[in-house]
Design a binder for this molecule. Structure first.
Ligand code: NAG
Ligand code: NAG
Ligand code: NAG
Length: 271
């Protein structure tokens, strides 16, 4: 009789397990629509977003694949490396791993794991890049006296627009106060910063450096030539001085110049 009852219980278990009827809410599953390839800049925070539906009372962990290190369980950090944190808002489906600040060695595979039996997991890939600025007309630019010096600096691989940009001539920050006709403009969409010096004179020659926050800087040697035009001269900046374009496009952000007395520097900040 007991054997028959036990058999019946096993039979019930088998049926239920197959139909899943013991799980009124259903099993947890991943929302696969979140991005699983992420690029972050070195020194900036990196975020991996894992979305789990029907989690109920299970927990979500983040694992580093390289060494199977458990980084976080629920909202708790298990790693001794305090750069790792799990972000989760009560009631949301999202469990985000934040690595701040990200380092190149953080590049690699990560896994978002749910404590079901058996476990389910979803893998993610993080690439931490060193952002390097680039000046388009570099490394050397020849400009006729009286025309514009027009320098375009790209902050390559920077996942976010730079929060500020220094422009130097030599080791001095470009001094907007001593001379009119200087402007710095940034285009948000392309993360481009442009230094424009109208009606350049020979003494505007020099080594110009674009130093964005969170990117390595880039430099260009500018020669402002009076009179003679060497064969190598590039005449891209031979248009008459023109500053009105600064005001014509909503894509542009005007930087204002402030004297940073603490570091004794001029800094350009976005308005
Ligand atoms: C979502 O990801 C899981 C785990 O990799 C996989 O088993 C499942 O088939 C995926 N679903 C869709 C709709 O891609
Ligand atoms: C400066 O150079 C950029 C790119 O070469 C160009 O798009 C822009 O129109 C130039 N600006 C002026 C004022 O010449
Ligand atoms: C220009 O200035 C930058 C930054 O100070 C420096 O690294 C670079 O060597 C200079 N280039 C030349 C040709 O002097």
């Amino acid at each position: 009789m007991w054997a028959a009852l036990l058999g019946f219980v096993f039979f019930m278990f088998d049926v239920s397990a197959r139909s899943g009827s013991w799980e009124p809410l259903g099993q947890p599953y991943f929302d696969n629509s979140t991005k699983r390839e992420t690029t972050a800049a070195v020194g900036q925070p990196a975020f991996l977003h894992c979305r789990v539906r029907n989690l109920a009372d299970r927990s979500v962990s983040w694992i580093r694949k390289r060494d199977l290190h458990i980084l976080t369980v629920g909202v708790h950090t298990y790693s001794s490396d305090a750069r790792f944190a799990a972000l989760h808002a009560d009631g949301s489906d999202e469990w985000t791993l934040r690595i701040s600040p990200a380092q190149p060695r953080d590049s690699g595979a990560y896994e978002c794991q749910v404590s079901t039996e058996p476990k389910i997991s979803l893998s993610f890939r993080l690439t931490v890049v060193v952002s390097k600025a680039e000046i388009l007309s570099g490394p050397e630019l020849f400009v006729r006296a009286g025309s514009d010096i027009n320098l375009t600096c790209l902050t390559k691989h920077a996942p976010d627009p730079p929060s500020f940009i220094y422009w130097y001539r030599g080791d001095q920050v470009v001094n907007y106060a001593q001379r009119g006709g200087i402007s710095v403009v940034t285009e948000q969409r392309t993360r481009t910063s442009r230094l424009l010096i109208a009606r350049a004179l020979p003494h505007d020659s020099g080594n110009y450096t674009c130093a964005p926050s969170s990117s390595e800087s880039a430099s260009v040697i500018v020669h402002v030539l009076s009179g003679e035009h060497p064969a190598a001269m590039q005449s891209s900046s031979s248009n008459p001085p023109r500053l009105d374009y600064l005001l014509t496009s909503s894509f542009f952000t005007i930087y204002s110049l402030n004297y940073d007395s603490r570091h004794r520097n001029w800094i350009a900040t976005r308005e």
